[in-house]
Ligand binder design. Structure first.
Ligand SMILES: [Zn+2]
Length: 319
């Protein structure tokens, strides 16, 4: 049977073969671009996907963040609600906190329920709690066990479909592209939204200069874990089909799109020791700074390799 786009139902267009390069197995996976919406997607969802999230997968590893420094707390307070006067402003100018600024702009209160879907070990949830968001929690099906902080479970081993409740904010930080059925995921997440609830979805996008430039060496293709690299058009169609509208979209790409893709172009896996050598780094600080500046320009022009979308419900019932 001919492959169809799992986003819009369109026919498969251009095909690609990409290699696993995070661990460097170089196993090959077929992808295709939808001829209608342009979304790039894996041709066949591997039946053994769990194999590609081995023990030590980065988001499931490591300790929870330590209590933030006074400087970071001041920066967060200023970003969230312009509290802290000149000192807060100065701390934020030195080390901005865009996530706290966004929560402030969305009017998310400190006691609003927040759900982080695909939270990994729960680092982001822990940080939100440290900044006072007392009802932030997360779920991740890949966790071995629930994660607690100060005796409270903050991250649970669960799937989106198993969650009930009503949340002011449901977030997917680079987890949505890992889910095999984006329509089902959005539908499930929509049922968890409070009346004034919002979704925040951060994903890589193939509507980007990085995909145009690097093709299958593009670091955020990440086969086979990234099942969908949504085009901007495909993402909008997906949202609309599920009774959601995109209220705001901000590109938030960074230098990673360049150094990661350049590294793959040279045939060096992400976890190759050469890539992490402090003595002989692959790219020097001047080069990274130049890529950072270039990423900011791409973001402003709406062609960075990832975006953050804010979605709200429409009155229309989903298809
Ligand atoms: Zn499509």
């Amino acid at each position: 049977m001919e492959a169809k786009c799992r986003v819009c139902g369109g026919d498969a267009g251009k095909r690609h073969v990409a290699r696993e390069m995070m661990y460097g197995s170089r196993e090959q996976f077929g992808y295709f671009e939808c001829a209608v919406c342009g979304t790039l997607q894996i041709a066949t969802i591997p039946a053994d996907l769990a194999r590609h999230y081995p023990a030590g997968y980065y988001s499931l590893e490591g300790a929870l963040p330590k209590r933030p420094s006074l400087k970071r707390r001041l920066a967060a307070a200023w970003a969230y609600s312009r509290d802290g006067g000149l000192l807060g402003w100065a701390c934020h100018a030195l080390k901005p906190n865009p996530e706290m600024r966004l929560l402030g702009e969305l009017g998310i209160a400190k006691d609003d329920p927040i759900l982080d879907v695909g939270c990994g070990k729960g680092a982001r949830v822990a940080r939100l709690r440290q900044f006072g968001f007392s009802r932030a929690e997360g779920i991740d099906p890949h966790l071995d066990a629930d994660v607690s902080m100060d005796g409270i479970a903050i991250a649970r081993r669960a799937r989106l479909e198993d969650v009930s409740g009503s949340y002011r904010l449901v977030m997917f930080h680079h987890s949505f592209e890992h889910l095999p059925d984006p329509h089902a995921a959005l539908a499930a997440a929509r049922t968890l939204l409070a009346a004034d609830g919002r979704m925040l979805i951060r994903v890589p996008t193939c509507s980007s200069q990085a995909w145009e430039t690097y093709g299958t060496d593009w670091v955020q293709l990440d086969p086979p874990r990234h099942l969908f690299l949504f085009s901007r058009d495909g993402f909008r169609r997906l949202a609309e089909a599920q009774g959601l509208k995109i209220e705001r979209i901000d590109d938030d790409s960074d230098a990673f799109q360049f150094w990661g893709s350049e590294q793959y172009r040279r045939g060096i896996a992400m976890n190759d020791p050469r890539a992490h050598s402090k003595k002989t780094p692959l790219f020097d600080a001047t080069q990274i700074a130049a890529w950072d500046a270039q990423a900011k320009k791409l973001n402003a022009a709406g062609c960075g390799d990832q975006f953050a979308a804010i979605l709200g419900r429409t009155s229309r019932t989903p298809e």
